[in-house]
Design a binder for this molecule. Structure first.
Ligand code: HEM
Length: 407
């Protein structure tokens, strides 16, 4: 360790880091790429190659909740058993062969083909939201657009009424208290359990309905999915609905918010997208790279191994910082510049390897519709009266509040 690395501390709750983590990521990459964070009691990896290896499962396990749960000895373990019942079935925490089986069954539920079919409905969900807005008035883009749009899309996809959004969002936020790394919430486990209880009861009812009357929605497709090994069990179905809902709205919300912030900071790129709408596919990839919503992925070290001159011990926690990797100058030229036509652009925002995001085609389509439309209609959009506030999360990144004037 040299003098530079000794002074480096990664603390995601630090106000400056939350606003702009990238300067610190760059220093970590340079001076301490395999960093031990005393605040998080975890390893922090920031170089592209290391993050990619972690995504591929090299020396790590994705089963990060169960060891934590099993280490609990007090009443928290009883409280959380109701949450683990469903989270145990989440693809993200699974390894082959269970992962392979679940993934095969779910591949038909969200595929590029099913998403392409949803294109017109996705456009109409966006138009519906925009029709309710006055573009000349300052608004909080997060509340008025970025939260609603992906939520409506995922609810439509699951075949669940949009008016249930507020209730579902409340349960999902409570569940996040356990899955995220939120600190200081005294009763967070109890709230997470209650959130999981409500959500599971809600989905159980819808699954029963779809069994009786199948439709063309994703829940009907999940109920019908089968392979040579059989079908999804009832708890797997409920778990998958929860995962789609959980993985499917907040990430995209954050992407839309961060992309708008990026365009406000780079008006030349906004003008370019306005003038060249065909750039939108490449632009979405660049928004994903430049300041994506999956700030990091968490893993547990599976066996003792050396990395960057440090010894990582089995059982230790590790965060592979996707957003740092996406700005690694060893992989991307001029990485801090938003370059909408950037190619190649091998960002890691959807992960890599067997856990590559199942919802990527849907997220890409939503971003294309929303950001393409904003650039076409509002090339002069500008920041509102206050700078954005950023969420204080380690795993997720995005604006919490984003004052904006569209026209
Ligand atoms: C911009 C939006 C999104 C981003 C940045 C994102 C990012 C990610 C990442 C990084 C992973 C891998 C996690 C890991 O390896 O630990 C992942 C997995 C996953 N995502 Fe997404 N996601 C997005 C949208 C969605 C949507 C819209 C859905 C569903 C409708 C979804 C469903 C999933 C599922 C089911 C997995 C687990 C895949 C597996 O483990 O095999 N995601 N996502």
């Amino acid at each position: 360790m040299n003098a530079d690395s000794a002074s480096l501390v990664y603390n995601p709750n630090d106000e400056d880091t939350r606003r702009d983590p990238f300067a610190l990521y760059e220093r970590l990459q340079e001076h301490d790429p395999v960093h031990w964070s005393p605040v998080l009691k975890s390893w922090i990896l920031t170089r592209y190659d290391d993050v990619r290896q972690v995504c591929m499962g090299q020396g790590v396990s994705s089963d990060r909740l169960r060891p934590f749960y099993e280490s609990l000895k007090d009443e928290r373990r009883d409280i959380l058993s109701g949450v683990m019942r469903y989270l145990n079935h989440w693809l993200v925490f699974k390894a082959p062969p269970e992962h392979t089986r679940l993934r095969r069954l779910l591949n038909t539920v969200i595929s590029p083909a099913t998403v392409a079919e949803m294109g017109p409905a996705i456009r109409s969900a966006f138009d519906h939201i925009m029709q309710g807005l006055d573009p000349s008035q300052e608004m909080d883009f997060m509340k008025e657009v970025a939260e609603l749009f992906p939520a409506f899309v995922i609810l439509d996809m699951l075949g669940v009424p949009r008016q249930d959004f507020r209730a579902i969002k409340g349960w999902s936020d409570d569940l996040r208290l356990f899955i995220g790394t939120a600190q200081g919430e005294g009763d967070k486990y109890r709230r997470a359990r209650d959130g999981a209880d409500h959500m599971s009861a809600y989905f159980r009812e819808i699954i029963a309905l779809r069994r009786r009357e199948p439709g063309s929605d994703a829940i009907s497709r999940m109920v019908a999915a089968r392979d040579e090994g059989g079908m999804l069990s009832e708890d797997e179905l409920v778990g998958c609905c929860m995962l789609f809902l959980f993985g499917g709205h907040e990430t995209t919300t954050n992407l839309l918010g961060s992309a708008v912030v990026a365009l406000l900071k780079h008006p030349d790129q906004l003008e370019r997208l306005h003038a060249e709408p065909a750039l939108i596919d490449a632009a979405v990839e660049e928004f994903l790279r430049y300041d994506g919503p999956s700030n990091s992925i968490a893993r547990v070290v599976a066996q003792d191994h050396e990395l960057g001159g440090k010894t990582l011990r089995a059982g230790e926690r590790l965060f592979a910082m996707i957003n740092a990797a996406n700005r690694d100058p060893r992989q991307f030229s001029d990485p801090h510049r938003l370059e909408l036509a950037r190619t190649p652009n091998r960002h890691l925002t959807f992960g890599f390897g067997i856990h590559f995001c199942l919802g990527a085609p849907l997220a890409r389509m939503e971003a294309k519709v929303c950001l393409g439309e904003l650039a076409a209609r509002f090339p002069k959009m500008r920041a509102g009266s206050a700078p954005p506030d950023w969420i204080d999360a380690l795993i997720m990144r995005g604006p919490k509040r984003l004052p904006l004037i569209l026209a």
